[in-house]
Design a protein around this ligand. Sequence first.
Ligand code: GDP
Length: 300
Amino acid sequence: SRLKSRLVKTQRALGDGLGDLLLGKRTLDQDLLDEIETALLAADVGAETTELLIRDLTGRLRRRELTEARAAYRQLRQDMLDIVRPVARPLVVPAGTRPYVVMVVGVNGVGKTTTIGKVGRRLKESGNSVMLAAGDTFRAAAIEQLKVWGERIDAPVIAQHTGADAAAVAHDAMHAARARGVDVLIVDTAGRQHTHGGLMDELRKIKRVIAKSDPSAPHEVLMVLDAGTGQNALSQLKHFGDAVGVTGIALTKLDGTAKGGILIAIARQSALPIRFIGVGEDVDDLQPFSAEDYVDALLP
Ligand code: GDP
């Protein structure tokens, strides 16, 4: 499938590695468990989540529930599915919430602007009117890039000049979205500190301004993470989560990395909904996250 071909680097690192270990006729023993552990860590499943998975297999081995390598493979696959299934929760715009406000956060370069454009396009295709707000006011290129996406998906873009107060842009956008009866407002934000107060203060201020206009908003704080940064993505998530309360994740660039196991670590350690995964630069390459498709792509 398309997803399988896009996740091929992680599939080679994790799936082939585990397949070689477990799909032979070996019996399950401590040496094999150690090799499984190494393969999981190599794919950036992370120490904590790897330990959890290995502990489960070890317990089953001790209790003699598992003796064959093949059965361990099936069990591992099931354990991964059990971890990722609960977080495969799509972004749903409820009827009656107008505008539904999505505030998008993340460090520079993770694919934030691209994700906004692609999410906007998806929401438009499902019948919503969409407005974008250029809240990354520091980078002229970010404002320009958002305007390009606005034209491409035929969505108005609320923007001010470079260096403008991002909270003021958010304030304008809330007003404009209300006035025009827009269904979904997507607010871009800066990804790097540039003001005296610091990035987290700026993000908190944007959130406050949005909430002032509608106490139930923002309805989603979507954090964009680059899978290629591996374990770093987890610390970014913690940092932003503590500051602004992340409610959903878009995990990009799963196509370019062998570290795709980070998705399992994120699922396990944050329990936050993974709304979308990015598997390429094309507009259709941002997909709603499906637990089954992901595990199928990694572990055939
Ligand atoms: P921002 O700085 O976070 O706004 O990042 P951009 O949206 O400008 O994206 C940075 C680069 O990453 C662009 O060249 C995008 O096309 C690319 N990109 C975004 N998502 C993906 C993805 O899922 N896969 C790949 N291969 N590239 C991506």
